[in-house]
Design a protein around this ligand. Sequence first.
Ligand code: BT5
Length: 322
Amino acid sequence: MSTKQKVLQYLEQHRGESVSGQELADGLAISRTSVWKAINTLKAEGYQINAATNKGYQLSVETDLLSEEAIVPLLSVALENKRIIAYKTIDSTNLEAKRIVNEDAAFEGVVVAEEQTKGRGRLGRVFFSPSESGLYMSLVLKPFADMDNATLITTAAAVAVCQAIEQLTDKKPQIKWVNDIFLDGRKICGILTEGIMDMESGTIGTIILGIGVNFRHPEADFPEEIQHIAGTLFEAKNTELTRNQLAAEIINHFYSLYGNLASRSYLDEYRKRCFILGQQVSFQERKETFQAQAVAIDDNGGLVVAMPNGEEKTITFGEISV
Ligand code: BT5
């Protein structure tokens, strides 16, 4: 860890408190000059650090920049050889994760970004990802031997996002099968799970789990075409909760479900929050639109629907409208 990273981690752990230059220097076993240099670099990167004579440095509670240093101390899961890589801006965290895996097939960890210039949804759709208002992250996972079902990963991620939000706030998010999280009738999060083939074995060698959360309302508003769909976790700037905290809790909850994914026990948590069950839905198959009633989530995360003729059918992929 560089000196700058050490100073940032210390300040993040004492957010809103004043820490003297001497305390930082002693605590981190570095010189006062190194502290001063690190503070200046962090300020230049956008961290709001207040310096008061006789009091020292204080990382403002308003500062909410995603960083490895802020996320790692909040993790309750052992990261072992996993890494967290944070970017200010990137085309897409899923694309970046794929590039990293292409370079190093063994890579496991999380890529997070403040902004995506080419945020991706499913089927080539766009996920609007402006700076300062969202959390965009991709978890790079190695599948278990008998586990390459992307729907299981997506549904577990949806549960993890809901659990993280429920733990940190008093909000009650709901799930729209298969990959959307809703709050007060609006989409606040989308999930995109992609697999990378291992050429030698012909199986999925790596899974890239992309999660995008609209944390607060974007300054320049949502684009017209999604204004009636998109919502946010918070309306305005929230100083109680940071995106780093949300990122850490999503990671904590996801990994604790992932270890036990094959048991499917988490699917009950999915069903509880899935608001479409019992409702009339429409879906497309081979360009034809069908109406049906959503009946259940099966043990592979598929959606069971009752067709008008009473026949039951399981949808494993795609989009439903309510
Ligand atoms: C998704 O696709 O919702 C998956 C989104 C995954 C985004 C994450 S961010 C980190 C990682 N890196 C990436 O590049 N992607 C992942 P889908 O179900 O296809 O929904 C896309 C549709 O949602 C669009 O066609 C819009 O209608 C709507 N939409 C776009 N941006 C949105 C936003 N910010 N909030 C809510 N809805 C949005």
